[in-house]
Write a protein that binds this ligand. Sequence first.
Ligand code: ADP
Length: 615
Amino acid sequence: MAHKAQALRMLETYFGYPSFRPAQEAPVESLLNNEDVIAIMPTGAGKSICFQIPALCKPGLTIVFSPLISLMKDQVDSLLDQNIPAALINSTLTQTEFNKAMYDVRSGRVKLLYIAPERLSSNFFCNVLRGLPIAQVIVDEAHCISEWGHDFRPSYRLIGDWLNELSKRPVVGAFTATATKAVERDIKQLLGLSEANVYITGFDRPNLSFSVVRTPKRMDYVVDYVRRHAHENGIIYCSTRKDVERVYDNLTRAGIQTGYYHAGLSDEMRKDMQNKYAFDQLQVMVATNAFGMGIDKSNVRYVLHYQMPRNMESYYQEAGRAGRDGAKAECILLYSGQDVRVHKYLIDQTVEQSLGDPRVAEQRKLVELKKLQAMIDYCFCSTCLRKYMLAYFGEIAHWEQCDNCSSCNAKGRRVNVTKEAKAIFRAIIATEERYGASMICSIVRGERTDRIIRAGLDALPVFGYLSNIGETELKGLIQQCIASGYLRSSMGKYPVLSITAGAEEVLAGHKEVEEIRQEVVVPSRKTKQSASISRSEVSRSGSGGLFEYLRQHRKRLAAAAGIPPYIVFPDTVLIDLANMRPTTLGEFGNIKGVGEAKLKKYGPTFLEAIASYKG
Ligand code: ADP
């Protein structure tokens, strides 16, 4: 296993990590053995190291196909900062820069060359590539090859043909975080990877905590949250451009350095916002889902969703942009009932506009509505959110409680609502499962509407049985009963409720129903900024002040070098520095994530900063 020892040495020397993560070992080993690989790993799992280390170990060049200029630049900047010879070729290069890059590549100086797949449409460029000693080809964000993926890029289809035309096929590795079977099938087929080793890493992200907050005062919540996390970077996702601008205005008025990003801005403006955010010049970014794949920023400490997204796939992808560096991060979804109405309307609109055949449209709509229901169920799930989420993606979690989500941490707030649930079930049965949530609510609340009186429903024994409970609360309980499998909701335009065997068990007295009472957190906007660092790693040891001091130091160094701060060191390294307070380069070098090049470049200045800190 000589190459394994070499790989570990490279990992320590260049990246400062003592070992591979378990999920990295197999793909690294396969690539080192020249076996094709498809690796499906969640964001933050450490995909890049899986091919960067083999690239360093192998003689010859590694070509990395990457979809976005910003992603390429980020990776290449980061590699160069670690003294790893990398280069990129994309449409932004001048002829001179292009010639220089090609010269470096030809002379064998470059180990990793990042290119956009569009380049393959140029015969000239393909000829240039043909003359190079290509050791391995990596297709990053490989889901872009599939129409089933969310970021389909037709130019990714050029890669397969190009590989076939090479006189000697290099080993190929495809990496992505998108795990559906359809995408995997396309990757295999279109890149000729039917024989590849496929590695799928679990989707759990233990460093992320997940919460759902149901509050009608979302804006107050957001402003307060961002204020309380004044020294942390976050993203706030909104469904519409209008909301992006509203949240942006409110945060800016509260004195917070805020950026905004949506598809309505010019390219230039978007680039500027993204850069400022990467360079920590903005504390928080308010954005629609247009703010996406290009974000490689590892120190995003929270992702708030101002509205519920349309499905779990989008939610997990967006929330997953938090905590890529492995340090603790928070994902909070703010739910309000009106989100459901907006999504249903949008599903109606988009499906009808995009599909001619009404039967296909209807089917598609049902799929979308089912996905939406799964998203709503997440918001009302009273058991472990993380377990729910993993189950949605086809994984079985081996725990009952993760203690890191709002359901598991709601111990004191669980209330027995069996009596209320039974009344709802009885109302549904008494009306022969003909009505939806609004009508059932009206019945149990005892509302004498025309419709109810005409149908004689005011004569039902359950009529007015829950007149003391508010409409929102009752609708929440109904949603929770759906999420817990006591009730079913049909999918059509006018969804009706029906009961399940679970509800019958409750009615028979064999089962109790529990609800998590959401404390509606509506902090005053006048709240003072409290302890800035909620990150438990530093606050527990009382090193928050030093952490902040080092963060500012990192920001200055990064600005001077023209690279984003997280490329100098990720937050995890700063946390360790704040906790361990090294005094020598030797101690500094022992910190995880500090490789030789970085130690030499940044060690002395950080040691000085630590020594000069008077906290
Ligand atoms: P992905 O591309 O899968 O989202 P990255 O390649 O950006 O993930 O890696 C996420 C973070 O994990 C980075 O900060 C990276 O330095 C860190 N990391 C990667 N491999 C290791 C390892 N073996 N030990 C510790 N940290 C690692």
